[in-house]
Design a protein around this ligand. Structure first.
Ligand code: FE2
Length: 363
């Protein structure tokens, strides 16, 4: 590997590599990204774009393992090495994600919580599974109330809400939420009325003597991609037309968002799914698109509930599930008799992804 030739004008630098490929770099971008413009600790940039004059490339000379570029009007010289050029010649790929359906049922496994406390490699692999598949399962978590908060310490921080640092999911005498009954709960994502929506949800089973109450998960990204393939116009509608979600509690909370059910990023990749029939509000879009929107909304709902795409499992005491609440929809079957007590809490994905990277540097 190496650099065979460089060429430039006042604005652009062209670098040709020994493998025959070549890449073009903007002078202003090179000047903005000089290595000496970063602090030695942590790599933060030490200047602002406003500190830079409009630059011109005056010379570009091939040196041992890179190219030395001179910039005017500053008279600055900087050497960029080949590896750096190669690293920046391509658009950074988006993180890998593995879509799944009902076939995931046969691959379910519960990781041992005490092991994760002492084995950073196993912790890394468990977190990577959550990043790539959108969920992870644990067992042997102490059934002491509040233990769920210790699980969050494995990778990040609790996202506190008006429900507190954690919340109890069990039957209540006068429930304010269907979750606090024995009723079936349809597939949904939590808290779409928040901005931002909590990225991760944990549910930890303390007691389960019920005759039902199984948990279901469905990969919302798989649902979204299927919709994009089979019904592109419906996907377009759901990913561009905002709807309103709201949570209201007299005197304490009035949370509201106005967002599309499917959010996509600048490259069209699905960034998040919101689906919650309990908190979605009357649609306020033009009547002219209402019929089409309802058709698309129904398709999404049917697909999220499609038994052919779901996984289902029962959480027993000491077991915990953690899932990406912006990707994976969850639900619960009804139960008739028996005590069932789960504790839940929220956390954010940035800390989980950070933890993965830190663990990788320590391997
Ligand atoms: Fe929920």
């Amino acid at each position: 590997m190496g650099i065979t030739a460089v060429d430039h004008d006042h604005q652009w630098l062209d670098v040709r590599f020994t493998d025959g490929t070549s890449s073009r770099f903007l002078g202003a971008w090179l000047r903005d990204n000089i290595g000496s413009g970063r602090h030695r600790n942590g790599g933060q940039r030490t200047f602002d774009i406003n500190d830079l004059p409009p630059v011109s490339i005056t010379t570009a000379v091939r040196v041992a393992d890179g190219v030395t570029v001179s910039f005017e009007p500053e008279g600055l010289q900087e050497t960029f090495d080949e590896q750096w050029f190669r690293q920046h010649a391509q658009v950074v790929p988006r993180p890998h994600r593995s879509l799944w359906g009902a076939e995931m049922q046969s691959r379910l496994s519960f990781e041992d919580y005490p092991t994760l406390l002492t084995d950073p490699n196993r912790l890394h692999d468990w977190l990577v599974g959550i990043r790539d598949h959108g969920f992870g399962l644990l067992e042997n978590v102490p059934t002491t109330p509040g233990s769920i908060l210790d699980v969050v310490d494995l990778f990040g921080y609790v996202r506190q809400t008006n429900y507190g640092r954690l919340f109890d999911v069990r039957e209540e005498a006068d429930p304010a939420n269907l979750a606090f009954t024995k009723l079936k709960i349809g597939m949904h994502t939590d808290n779409p009325y928040r901005d931002p929506v909590p990225g991760l949800q944990l549910l930890h089973c303390l007691t389960n003597e019920s005759d039902g109450g199984a948990n279901q998960l469905r990969d919302g990204f798989a649902v979204g991609e299927q919709l994009r393939n089979l019904h592109p116009s419906q996907f377009e509608l759901l990913s561009t037309q905002p709807v309103r979600f709201r949570f209201f509690e007299e005197g304490s909370a009035d949370l509201e968002t106005h967002v599309p059910l499917i959010e996509v990023d600048d490259r069209g990749a699905i960034r998040s799914i919101r689906y919650n029939s309990r908190s979605i509000q009357a649609f306020d879009m033009p009547q002219a698109i209402m019929a089409d929107f309802y058709e698309a909304y129904r398709t999404l709902g049917e697909s999220l509930h499609d038994p052919a795409g779901l996984i289902e499992f029962r959480l027993d005491p000491g077991q915990l599930m953690l899932f990406d609440n912006q990707r994976v929809a969850h639900g619960r079957s009804a139960y008739e008799v028996g005590a069932r007590h789960l504790q839940g809490c929220y956390a954010d994905k940035d800390s989980l992804n950070s933890r993965i990277r830190v663990l990788e540097t320590q391997r």
